[in-house]
Ligand binder design. Structure first.
Ligand SMILES: *Cc1c(COP(=O)(O)O)cnc(C)c1O
Length: 357
């Protein structure tokens, strides 16, 4: 199978080889060194300030989204949240669950965020802003400069879910003034699922220290305390943290974050050029390098997903809910090559030849 989904994605050989090894005992200085190196490289690639801190949680990305809210926001906050699809909706549900007052900026699927969407909320006493930098469900990549400037002007605490865009599109945490950046192991980090990563600015650490978290397992005060010695409070997904270490070093040795963004961007461009004559429309106004969201104009998106899986041995990424039949996505993250895309495009052409699209 070739995997063109947006996670889990294909891992490099070095990362997979670690998956075959015995998982070592971890309360050791050797494992702490792995964790410190992971922290250093994540900060480097996120362009975080020197005084920011990184924690690694044993959960998928959604666990870190909830952890961010539980540890830094309270009923005294007034949050603005961008909701352009399934992941924005998840933030909305979490704010509701944790009794954080909020206003939702609801965008039509596929639409970009513009200055006019933010203008009504200027100087209205908001305290926090939550956004999925890349709304993966619809493939919309938001203008972070617009958001960063708005948050600076209004002194908003900025939480950015970068789960599918970290390492795929440019991101400068310090320049944007972002306070929390979240990512996960199974997107462009191209490791198995199971670890989420959070980078916390000094402002975020201050909020954590002054917020009561009613959940011990995801209490960031405990996580930050343990990370001072390169450890986690509870047994983490040790094997995945070792795979993340290999992967981060692999990226560092191959042109760093800029090199990785360029590699993923080149694959995205290659694919988008080659599908120009197929009956697919790109549905997003503002694309990330991570994924191409497509609306097939002549067939059901879900049927195409099934045919590509069952008849051609490849996974493209189906959509759920009301987008099930109208949108499928093709990912560009993970260990993929232009030859892989040639095979996918040949399969699409084959489907077209037999009248299936
Ligand atoms: C993948 C993803 C998540 C997290 O999903 P999990 O299944 O919990 O890993 C959250 N936000 C975005 C934007 C994502 O792409």
């Amino acid at each position: 199978m070739i995997n063109f989904t947006v996670g889990p994605v294909q891992s490099s050989e070095a990362v997979r080889a670690i998956g075959a090894e015995q998982v070592p005992y971890f309360r050791t200085s050797e494992f702490s060194d792995v964790m410190f190196e992971n922290e250093k490289l994540i900060k480097k690639f996120a362009k975080a300030s020197d005084d920011s801190k990184v924690v690694f949680l044993t959960s998928s990305g959604s666990g870190a989204m909830e952890t961010a809210i539980m540890n830094t926001l309270t009923p005294d906050d007034k949050a603005l949240v961008v909701n352009g699809g399934s992941f924005g909706h998840r933030f909305v549900e979490l704010l509701e669950l944790h009794h954080v007052p909020y206003t939702e900026i609801k965008l039509e699927h596929g639409k970009a965020l513009k200055a006019e969407h933010l203008a009504p909320y200027e100087g209205q006493g908001y305290t926090a802003f939550l956004v999925n930098k890349h709304e993966t469900s619809t493939g919309v990549h938001y203008d972070m400069n617009l958001i960063g400037d708005f948050c600076k002007r209004n002194q908003l605490f900025l939480i950015v879910d970068c789960i599918s865009t970290f390492l795929a599109d440019p991101f400068d945490m310090k320049e944007l003034g972002a306070d929390i950046m979240i990512t996960g192991s199974q997107k462009a980090l191209a490791c198995p699922p199971g670890i989420s990563v959070m980078v916390l600015s000094p402002k975020a650490i201050n909020r954590v220290n002054n917020t009561k978290c009613v959940c011990q397992y995801f209490d960031l005060k405990i996580a930050l305390k343990n990370m001072e010695r390169g450890q986690t409070p509870w047994t983490p997904a040790v094997g995945i943290l070792r795979q993340i270490n290999a992967r981060l070093k692999e990226i560092d040795a191959n042109g760093g974050v800029e090199g990785e963004i360029a590699r993923i961007g080149a694959l995205a461009t290659y694919f988008r050029e080659k599908i120009k004559n197929l009956p697919f429309e790109i549905v997003s106004e503002s694309l990330s390098n991570a994924v191409t969201p497509l609306h097939p104009t002549t067939a059901s998106a879900y049927d195409i997903f099934l045919k590509i899986k069952d008849e051609y041995g490849m996974w493209i990424c189906p959509n759920g809910g009301d987008m099930k039949d109208t949108i499928f996505r093709v990912g560009h993250i993970g260990a993929l090559t232009t030859e892989d895309y040639d095979k996918l495009i040949a399969a699409f052409k084959d489907l077209q030849k037999y009248g299936n699209i």
